[in-house]
Design a protein around this ligand. Structure first.
Ligand code: GLY
Ligand code: MN
Ligand code: MN
Length: 429
């Protein structure tokens, strides 16, 4: 990994929080994501399982975390499972973690090898009443694909059919949504790197540069600052392409007079930043571009003001959509009769703002957490209203990341250019 060492206290605290939520006499088992074949003998780059990372900081493939707080043998209440390193593997792939290194990263004192886990587990499971197993539950899950996490559940239940089973992901959804100070300190590094990359491309962009050249500048800035990778495929969309929400082709020339929408974020220390700006290719907004930008910014600022503990994300979203209705009325995109009878879930602004207001942010870009339970102190959200106008071939989205405090929220992109004046100033050569 390129990132500098993270204090294992972060993961220790996370494990303590999970253990507190476990029912008595239960064991919880978390395992790595599968290694996915690509073409021929190639494999996709390995992405560690987010729950394993949250509990241990371990990103090496084929690792597991096992929590059994009632284990009569105190030494095995928290166990980390790693690959047994061997010479040939290391000749091909480089260094693999030793037990000591794995302990130093995770703070877990007991480390066993993967080839030992089955025999250990059998004895532990026999002493437990309940088993927490972890699956990748999310609202957009493609359930038609064969998945290792589900396979593990089926196989496990076949071996131990009389145990009671619990969903670890249900607890994770609640726990991972609240970020500790230590987690936010790591996330802040991802955000600071992203901030730097934005300032760099503000100086780089001018008529005639290509979208992929901008993407290259961003990736260069990320890597030289020890980011692991892009948190997601950067969206570098000039002109009309800005209306395509997940445009990643990034192969067009940026033209004089157009806006360019850039949505990118660094992954650092396994935490993801997520930034979007739409800026003028030639460094100066036209009157109309400024009008649309300000309408979008007003909704962003409005949301920032109301984001605090108490309401649900869905309620915040609806208030912001009502604000977007007002803004779109002001800039001539909606008429009074358009908004007269609209209702929650189907506001008139959706014609021009056809995605959600934002999402939880953390180890995953679209991090786990709920949208329909009250927002709590410690949650991190993106706020990202957008306005996309086909008739004017323009798309604007303004996205920053916010940490919810007791009474309001803290902008983790504090100081980054966000008004049209600030952006024009950052672009001055
Ligand atoms: N880049 C994905 C998002 O903003 O949610
Ligand atoms: Mn984004
Ligand atoms: Mn986002």
């Amino acid at each position: 990994m390129k990132y500098t060492a993270i204090d294992s206290q972060l993961y220790k605290q996370n494990r303590e929080r999970f253990i507190k939520k476990m029912k008595p006499n239960s064991i919880a088992i978390f395992q790595s994501n599968q290694i996915v074949p690509e073409n021929g003998d190639a494999i996709y780059p390995h992405k560690a399982n987010s729950d394993v990372v949250w509990l241990s900081g371990i990103v090496q493939e084929k690792s597991m975390v096992i929590l059994f707080p009632n284990n009569l043998d105190k030494n095995y209440r928290e166990v980390l499972v790693i690959l047994r390193p061997f010479e040939l593997l290391e000749k091909w792939e480089g260094h693999k973690l030793t037990k000591e290194e794995a302990t130093s990263i995770s703070g877990i004192k007991t480390v066993i090898y993967l080839d030992q886990v089955d025999s250990f587990l059998r004895a532990w499971v026999h002493h437990a009443e309940r088993v927490y197993l972890d699956t990748n539950e999310n609202d957009r899950m493609d359930t038609s694909l064969p998945r290792l996490d589900l396979y593990y559940v089926y196989e496990f239940k076949k071996q131990f059919p009389l145990h009671q089973y619990e969903r670890a992901s249900l607890l994770m959804k609640e726990l991972r949504a609240i970020k500790s100070k230590q987690e936010v300190a790591v996330l802040q590094k991802a955000i600071d790197i992203t901030h730097k990359a934005f300032l760099r491309v503000c100086q780089f962009i001018k008529p005639g540069v290509y979208e992929h050249e901008i993407e290259a500048e961003i990736i260069h800035e990320f890597l030289r600052n020890r980011a692991t990778r892009q948190a997601y495929g950067s969206i570098i969309a000039s002109g009309d392409r800005a209306r395509i929400l997940h445009y990643v082709e990034n192969n067009q020339e940026c033209k004089n007079g157009e806006l360019i929408l850039m949505d990118f974020g660094a992954e650092y220390g396994n935490y993801c930043a997520d930034l979007t700006r739409a800026i003028p290719v030639n460094g100066k907004f036209t009157k109309r571009q400024k009008e649309i930008y300000d309408a979008c910014l007003n909704v962003h600022k409005y949301t920032q003001k109301i984001l605090k503990p108490g309401k649900t994300w869905l309620e915040i979203s609806d208030s912001s959509e009502l604000e977007m209705n007002k803004q779109l009325l002001k800039i001539g995109l909606l008429k009074k009769e358009d908004i007269k009878n609209d209702e929650m879930g189907n506001r008139a602004c959706k014609k021009y703002f056809y995605h959600g207001l934002g999402h939880h942010l953390g180890i995953d870009v679209h991090d786990i957490g709920t949208r329909n339970t009250p927002i709590k102190e410690g949650m991190v959200f993106t706020i990202e209203p957008g306005i996309y106008i086909e008739e004017e071939a323009v798309g604007i989205r303004i996205e920053n990341n916010y940490w919810v405090t007791k009474t309001s929220c803290q902008d983790l992109f504090k100081g980054i250019p966000i008004t049209t004046e600030e952006i024009e100033k950052a672009m001055k050569k």
